[in-house]
Design a protein around this ligand. Structure first.
Ligand SMILES: Cc1ncc(COP(=O)(O)O)c(C=O)c1O
Length: 401
């Protein structure tokens, strides 16, 4: 027997993987599946960024780099935080990681002691609890009720904070709910955190550029004078620049925390890929970067509006309108207890499995995000696919009645 580390028992197998594996198998078998599962833009990386990567290779940027990254990228990220977010980080307060995911994992490892609690809202991005547990922490989940647009209130936050609370983690706009907090709502949460100086904040701002219907984005660390010194701000190129495969993420924060993360990275993976670094800086500094992001944002805004309107027109489905990211998160619980073929629908997983099997639409069950009553649909796909998929969902709901 191959003996594994005890810590592997802490990490759960994704229960939603079965649905995506089945969808892929069906596609391979030539079945026309409408995929609403993808958590990535359907657009290609803007050409000028790809050209910069080709130039980086031609110029020999193929060797080891400093652990945080080349100084040019650090400077570009610091300038971006100052310009776009009003966060006065200096280059030495910046580091990078292999995507937002790796940045978050390194930060949990650097900050959490055994038994420390991380308070965070649900529905949540699937990797948070797993990363927290691996780093020795305990997730303490505060439910964002659908009736409140999946957002937690200051009162709920206050009640969740206890003597072991080390981190408050906030993700706005959110995956999977597609909902963003307004500046006032965030300020109310910041006021609570301000009263607890021992708490560190992780603000996952990776969807900051994808906001809709006039929604105003603010960075959490700007909301109270005491927060800058105890907040880590996370961002990445994955979603805004359609660069998921490049694995470029970054963190701004207090220097001691950034130094600790650099120490970790230097012993783990040394640094992110050398020839992605200057192109990543170009994406932030070249005006074509902001233009490309805005073009994609406009498309997402139209698609999100359309998808949520079509979803809420379906019988017994509720779905708050997405104000950010590229997800709709409808409630399908009115159909629990219905039977189709030999399957009884009891939760989002069985709903998603039956929908895929019967009408060939792939959605992500909310179970891994703490919501067994909801499914996530990504609108990072064409209007035609959105219409085709929602038509099929309508037929499926009619069938199960
Ligand atoms: C809320 C949230 N944070 C972090 C990440 C990780 O992003 P990356 O692909 O850059 O690792 C994702 C990706 O889906 C996400 O949705």
């Amino acid at each position: 027997m191959f003996a594994l580390a005890e810590r592997m028992k802490l990490v759960s197998e994704s229960i939603t993987l079965a649905v995506s594996a089945k969808a892929n198998a069906m596609k391979k078998a030539g079945i026309d599946v409408v995929g609403f599962g993808a958590g990535e833009p359907d657009f290609d990386t803007p050409v000028f960024i790809k050209e910069a990567a080709k130039a980086a290779l031609d110029q020999g940027q193929t060797k080891y780099t400093p652990s945080p990254c080349y100084p040019e990228l650090k400077a570009a990220i610091a300038a971006k935080f100052n310009r776009d977010n009003g966060l006065p980080y200096k280059p030495e307060q910046i580091t990078t990681g292999a995507g937002g995911k790796h940045c978050l994992y390194m930060a949990f490892m650097a900050v959490l002691n055994e038994g420390d609690e991380v308070v965070h809202p649900s529905p949540y991005w699937v990797s948070y609890p797993e990363q927290i547990k691996l780093a020795g922490g305990t997730p303490k989940i505060v439910r964002g009720e659908e009736s409140n647009g999946f957002k937690i209130t200051a009162h709920q936050l206050e009640r969740a904070i206890g003597p072991r609370t080390k981190v408050f983690l906030i993700n706005s706009p959110s995956n999977p709910s597609g909902v963003g907090y307004t500046p006032d709502e965030l300020r109310a949460l910041a006021d609570v955190i301000a009263k607890h100086p021992q708490i560190v904040v992780f603000s996952d701002e990776i969807y900051e550029k994808l906001v809709y219907d006039g929604m105003k984005f603010v960075s959490f660390a700007t909301l109270h004078p005491s927060l800058l010194e105890r907040t880590l701000t996370f961002n990445c190129h994955s979603k805004s620049f359609a660069m998921t495969g490049w694995r470029v993420g970054y963190i701004g924060g207090p220097k001691p925390a950034i130094d600790a993360i650099n120490k970790l990275q230097s012993q783990m993976n040394s640094h992110i890929t050398s020839f992605t670094q200057l192109p990543a800086a170009t994406a932030l500094t070249d005006p074509r970067g902001a233009e490309s992001v805005e073009q994609m944002r406009r498309q997402f805004e139209k698609r999100g509006r359309h998808m949520s309107e079509r979803l809420t027109a379906l019988p017994k489905i509720t779905c708050p309108r997405p104000t950010g990211a590229f997800y709709c998160f409808p409630n399908v619980s009115a159909y629990f207890g219905k039977t189709i073929g030999t399957t009884t629908i009891t939760d989002a997983i069985t709903f998603a499995a039956a929908l895929l099997e019967q009408n060939h639409v792939a959605v992500v069950p909310g179970n891994d995000s703490g919501f067994e009553t909801h499914v996530r649909l990504s609108f990072a796909t064409s209007m035609e696919q959105i219409d085709k998929g929602i038509d099929r969902i309508g037929e499926f709901l009619k069938k199960i009645g």
